[in-house]
Design a binder for this molecule. Structure first.
Ligand code: HPA
Length: 275
């Protein structure tokens, strides 16, 4: 799609949402697989179904609620996406990142991303929370390929700090003050939808990652392109490298995410309050 057309569609989606909700959200939140009930924490002022928003794709995965939620959390105005768009669902990359761009144009300055991920770090357990401090995106299409939209950001964005240190430090302080064990590490993105083979999980560890997942990185790239402060956290939902039975199911991923969700919600809420 031409960049002019993307910009026009973004503007139409933004105008529509601004009619639905008069306030300017300061923080955007993306909720990953099995993490949507986090929205219960939000003092909801307005909900808009994706299918009603011009040019929005519609989420197809079980465990995703598919709406944008506007309201207050941690004393700030926020907009949360309950349900995200994955490349493996068949969307174009520019569709995957469309909502992130919409949230930026609505006025957010910070974005909090969450996901379910498989661990390759031998010290991680199912249910652990990991702050993403860096990523490896080389196995998934870069969403900025194509004519640069200078209105949104530069041609060659720096990626030396894709996840902001000042937000990472705040999250770590919150964890320490509340006796939470938070891991910190590297997320490697794959397209999915297959989970990895044993050999692939081993390779991912060798490449320097701690967890692997099918989302987040394309969103983080466009968020960086537009100058947003990005914070991201993974819930470890399965262990990729193990000797015994190694079958991973989507149901198991959703169950583990659901279980970890209250802790993730707590960190997100406190972090938003501290921004
Ligand atoms: N691999 C890729 N994506 C995932 C995994 C995994 O093991 N678990 C949850 N999302």
């Amino acid at each position: 799609m031409s960049s002019k057309k993307v910009l026009k569609e973004l503007n139409e989606a933004v105008k529509f949402l601004q009619k639905q909700y008069k306030h300017t959200p300061q923080v955007g939140i993306v909720l990953g697989s099995g993490l949507s009930s986090f929205t219960d924490e939000i003092e909801i002022e307005k909900e808009v179904a994706y299918e009603d928003i011009p040019h929005f794709p519609v989420s197809t995965v079980e465990g995703h609620k598919s709406k944008m939620i506007f309201g207050k959390l941690g004393g700030k105005r926020v907009v949360a996406m309950a349900g995200r768009f994955h490349f493996y669902e068949g969307y174009e990359v520019e569709e995957v990142v469309f909502p992130i761009r919409v949230m930026k144009l609505l006025g957010i300055e910070t974005i909090l991303l969450s996901n379910a991920a498989g661990s390759v770090n031998p010290s991680y357990k199912v249910g652990d929370l990991m702050i993403i401090n860096d990523h490896i995106s080389l196995f998934t299409p870069n969403p900025l390929v194509g004519k640069n939209m200078a209105e949104l950001g530069p041609r060659f964005p720096d990626m030396s700090e894709p996840y902001k240190q000042h937000l990472i430090q705040k999250a770590k302080t919150i964890a320490i003050n509340n006796n939470y064990d938070l891991k910190e590490g590297v997320y490697l993105a794959v397209t999915g939808p297959t989970f990895e083979t044993r050999a692939e999980y081993k390779m991912i560890l060798t490449l320097g990652a701690d967890v692997v997942g099918m989302s987040t990185v394309q969103e983080a790239i466009v968020a960086n392109h537009m100058g947003l402060d990005v914070f991201a956290m993974s819930v470890v939902t399965d262990i990729g490298i193990r000797e015994d039975h190694n079958i991973i199911t989507h149901e198991e991923v959703l169950e583990a995410a659901k279980h970890a969700e209250p802790r993730l919600a707590f960190i997100f809420k406190e972090l938003i309050a501290a921004i």
